[in-house]
Design a protein around this ligand. Sequence first.
Ligand code: WTA
Length: 649
Amino acid sequence: MTDKTYEPAAETVARAHVNAAQYEEMYARSIKDPDGFWGDEARARLDWIKPFTKVRNATFAHPDVSIRWFEDGALNVCANCVDRHLATRADQTAILWESDDPAVDAKITYRQLHEKVCRMANVLKGQGVVKGDRVVLYLPMIPEAAYAMLACARIGAIHSVVFAGFSPDALANRINDSAAKLLITADEAPRGGRRTALKANADEALLHCSDKVKCLVVKHTGGQTTWVDGRDVDVKAEMAKVSADCPVEEMNAEDPLFILYTSGSTGRPKGVVHTTGGYLLHAAMTHQLVFDYHDGDVYWCTADVGWVTGHSYIVYGPLANGATTLMFEGVPTYPDASRFWRVCEKHKVNQFYTAPTAIRALMGQGEEFVEAADLSSLRLLGSVGEPINPEAWLWYNRVVGKERLPIVDTWWQTENGGILISALPGAIATKPGSATRPFFGVEPAVVDPQTGKEIETVEAEGVLCMKNAWPGMFRTVYGDHDRYVSTYFSDFKGYYFSGDGCRRDQDGYYWITGRVDDVINVSGHRMGTAEVESALVAHPKVAEAAVVGYPHDLKGQGIYAYVTLMAGDEPSDELRKELSDWVRKEIGPIAKPDLLQWAPGLPKTRSGKIMRRILRKIAENEHESLGDISTLADPSVVEDLIENRKNRD
Ligand code: WTA
């Protein structure tokens, strides 16, 4: 660990939108006078069709949690991200697309973006999609993904993007949970020189969905696909036929913009619902201030649009600010480990935002890959998705940032809509491994998990909660508001509970220590242990399964599965592989267990509850500190597990 503080460089301060004094002043106002603060920001940053008169109407009081911002105002997200820029920047590149193939890229100007989005919107309308309908996107990282999101926003349809790495089953569940009317997919998704057959996955998923669900297909690679007449539509061909003009729908600020499914500690993934006005304001403002975006900059976030980071920081935030946003189809290590840096050089990227797992992977490949590229255009580095370990931070700073660039370690969650804790580059000194301080309007509380009371001292350790609503936060869980209240607002009444543990140091800096619930963070992707367990027990040979996270050098956390077989089924290496492949097929490659251990029995309390604490310790090889095991129904199972664990290594 290092507690060294890195002050922002003079050139960073000179350019920054916000300096240290302004941060303090603006932060104080945002807490004391949220209505004044956010009202001013919302009027300055967004174009309203109908001005709002009310800023905030929110309560975390259990069980009547309800969050509304700008509730009598009307606007359209697509108009704010596209149309309003036409007068001043029609010929500026909006989306800079870098294909998986390093020889192929494309520049889409705001004028072209407008035309594509209008055409896509008219295709959707032609398929009968109307305001409020749900549309599922299952797409590669291609401009059509952004067109589709914006087209939905334009006509008031609610999009739900499903990461292209998810399996047909996971896709079907998401289509069905939101009763979507239409699916948009592509023939194939190229990544790292390989192709995933998205349309084939979609075909399989649609077998489990209503036969009314239509399927728009982007012919991207031209790969072979099967075609179901009457259901499948060639979207590019249709776009060429329809009008290039499509009026925007007037949306209330609280109308839903999108649903995004995310893993929790229990049950199936939840459909996190974000709405229109507050979300866009938060995404736009954080994009500008945290990344210190200025007109003319080229900004690159390496996330996938299948995750929230792609929503807020590839599409909505940057486009609302009239930015040039780079969209990358490939992976950091194809054709080799210099790809990220080659892309930065080629497109003269100014702000670069990636995940610790990518940094760790590239660290292991050697510095020569970074040094091969001219990175002089870079002005800022960002990190998101999991705690960044100080080694990775220091490497990022030294090798990529040449010890002159600010690093913003941004903490936030799908539920949050946008960044909540992060340095502002010209205002807040950084410490490797700390997300530093809260964004405007964000009031973190460190809560003692035992007493449920907020720890008021500056130095504190506990779970991370929020005291008050911010504009970009989610409003409900799709179709299940009770689950919203019980998951996020019940454990610590009066607070939003993040599920993360944290420490606050003597300078008021926040250090996120990771999830305190049964969610694991694998390469920056959230995975519920319950999901992996239910996939495993769906296999006919599995009687019981328990899944925990364990420290993994590259992924941050790995997936450790304990499996009890049905009587009569014998453990074998083939079966181990079969079960791993099974999970991959049920959920997707990101859910595949890294280690799978046979468990003749699982440690349970007398009431039958699995003691995960013990399983976590065994997975971490910390056999000496298992704690009290006397409450177990059968303490001897622990000995067996430790023996099996030892035999694995
Ligand atoms: C973790 C991604 C430490 C955290 C935007 C959170 C982080 C979960 C950071 C949300 C960070 C994200 N430092 N931990 N800078 N950023 N996390 O919903 O555990 O995919 O709860 O949103 O990732 O993941 P999600």
